[in-house]
Design a protein around this ligand. Structure first.
Ligand code: ZN
Ligand code: ZN
Length: 165
């Protein structure tokens, strides 16, 4: 499906029952500082790689989908390992099932996917100091103004294929 040079990213849960592979780079990587992500992770922010769902292959195991309240009020579906309960990705109501938000910390090499943007920094923990030269927004943003051209093209292809169904 992808060209030969497409990088892949493997990851999984803590007990190793769930193993997955992202078959390409994500569209964009969010570091979300909203209160909901702080509560859900029990820490200062969530790090999510936004990617087409069909580019995330379950190599091993299965996931339990837990419907969880979200900031938008529309809910999110969090996919967790049925054994150790670690969350590996979510689907949000806004983007639907076609897009997954893979939790970067569950990758074997999370260092490969630093954030492209920091969002909801209006509720950022004051001791988290952001590097200079990175995109920062107080709340959310328009992808058309922030994403690289290649990601916008992939997004357009995704929405076109969904419309045809
Ligand atoms: Zn597990
Ligand atoms: Zn958040």
């Amino acid at each position: 499906m992808n060209d030969d040079q497409a990088p892949t990213y493997d990851g999984g849960c803590t007990c190793r029952f769930v193993r997955y592979r992202m078959s390409s780079k994500p569209l964009f990587v969010h570091c979300c500082h909203c209160r909901w992500c702080q509560r859900e992770t029990g820490t200062a922010f969530a790090l999510n790689a936004v990617i087409e769902a069909d580019r995330v292959e379950l190599l091993q195991g299965e996931v339990d989908v837990v419907v969880t309240a979200s900031l938008s009020g529309k809910g999110q579906k969090i996919s967790r390992c049925p054994r150790c309960r670690v969350a590996v990705w979510s689907n949000y109501a806004g983007a639907g099932d076609a897009v997954r938000f893979v939790r970067v910390g569950t990758l074997d090499e999370p260092d490969r996917l630093p954030p492209d943007i920091h969002i909801f920094t209006s509720s950022k923990q004051p001791w988290v100091v952001l590097p200079t030269g990175i995109q920062v927004v107080a709340e959310f943003y328009n992808a058309s103004e922030r994403w690289p051209k290649e990601s916008l093209e992939r997004w357009a292809a995704l929405t076109a294929s969904r419309a045809l169904r």
